[in-house]
Design a protein around this ligand. Structure first.
Ligand code: SAM
Length: 292
């Protein structure tokens, strides 16, 4: 990796930057900075970044991964919420002309508009060592707002990686696993232990890559309705699918309609949502649409 020296992915260089700016970690922003060059190399390599790419980095911190991304990509846009990090990023990224730092909340940014402006609507690559509290909202909002995406390569809590990669029958299976399956092909890149971060998080982490589908793997008439059904059926995991749907204020699906639909699919009326595959949720949704 052609990153100018001294770069940041080591404990010594990270401490030097933190001390220079008297930086105080903000727990509420989930700040755990990467200090392991092997992990950084692995992330960049698995993200398959080329000189053609526009990369969006969410939460650059002091710019550790940003330096690696800038060395590999055509252009990097990094969005950081913590004001105290902005002057630090100006310093650590001063050697790169292809980086734009935006001070703001990634959850409020119009990423679709950004992709349109900076990449003429072509698919972008998202790379992030995400604060754990925004992992699911970030992934869901990237997918649901139909940002043109090539892939999302992210560091997440190990437990979230398990949830993303699982199927029916597992306790980790849920709305997130189904959404990811619908929009992308998930792949585990690496497990990352706490000692690769400063400060060390209490839990293990994992890097996953979500390679976004050009076409979804199932055909569904009403995507919004399918995800409404999925959410309702996992909101009350221990309840049957029929009761979950009936209790949802968002959906208008009667017990009779749900039961008849399940029967037409050859499924028992007492089945729980957690037993259905993505294909079955799509089929169930399409049959409900036919009835409406
Ligand atoms: N990328 C850096 C690294 O790998 O060392 C820092 C990763 S740290 C886990 C997460 C970063 O995301 C922090 O810099 C934090 O301030 C920032 N952050 C937290 N919430 C954010 C949000 N809603 N939008 C943008 N950045 C956010």
């Amino acid at each position: 990796m052609n990153v100018p020296s001294p770069y940041l992915g080591t404990p010594q260089n990270t401490i030097a930057v933190l001390n220079k700016y008297h930086f105080v970690f903000q727990k509420r922003f989930g700040q755990n900075f990467l200090i392991d060059t092997h992990v950084l190399d692995k992330i960049i390599c698995s993200a398959q970044i080329t000189r053609e790419d526009l990369v969006l980095e969410i939460g650059p911190g002091i710019g550790t991964m940003t330096q690696y991304l800038a060395a590999a990509a055509r252009e990097v846009v990094a969005v950081e919420i913590d004001k105290a990090l902005i002057p630090i990023l100006e310093d650590t990224l001063s050697g790169f002309e292809n980086v734009t730092v935006i001070h703001g909340d990634a959850l409020k940014l119009d990423i679709r508009c950004l992709a349109e402006e900076k990449n003429q609507g072509h698919p972008i690559k998202v790379v992030a060592n995400l604060p754990y509290y925004i992992t699911t909202p970030i992934i869901m909002s990237l997918f649901e707002s139909h940002v043109p995406l090539d892939s999302i390569t992210i560091m997440v809590q190990k437990e979230v990686a398990d949830r993303i990669k699982t199927g029916p029958g597992s306790k980790d299976y849920g709305a997130l696993s189904l959404a990811v399956q619908y929009y992308a092909r998930p792949e585990l890149v690496a497990n990352v232990p706490p000692n690769c971060f400063m400060p060390r998080p209490r839990v293990g982490s994992a890097v996953i890559r979500l390679a976004c589908h050009r076409e979804p793997p199932v055909q569904v008439e009403d995507e919004k309705l399918m995800f409404g059904i999925i959410r309702a059926s996992f909101n009350q995991r221990r309840k049957t699918l029929i009761n979950g749907l009936n209790n949802s204020s968002e959906l208008m699906i009667s017990k009779e309609t749900a039961s008849a639909t399940l029967e037409s699919m050859g499924l028992p009326s007492g089945i729980r949502g957690e037993a259905l595959t993505l294909e079955q949720f799509a089929e169930f949704t399409n049959r409900i649409c036919e009835k409406q």
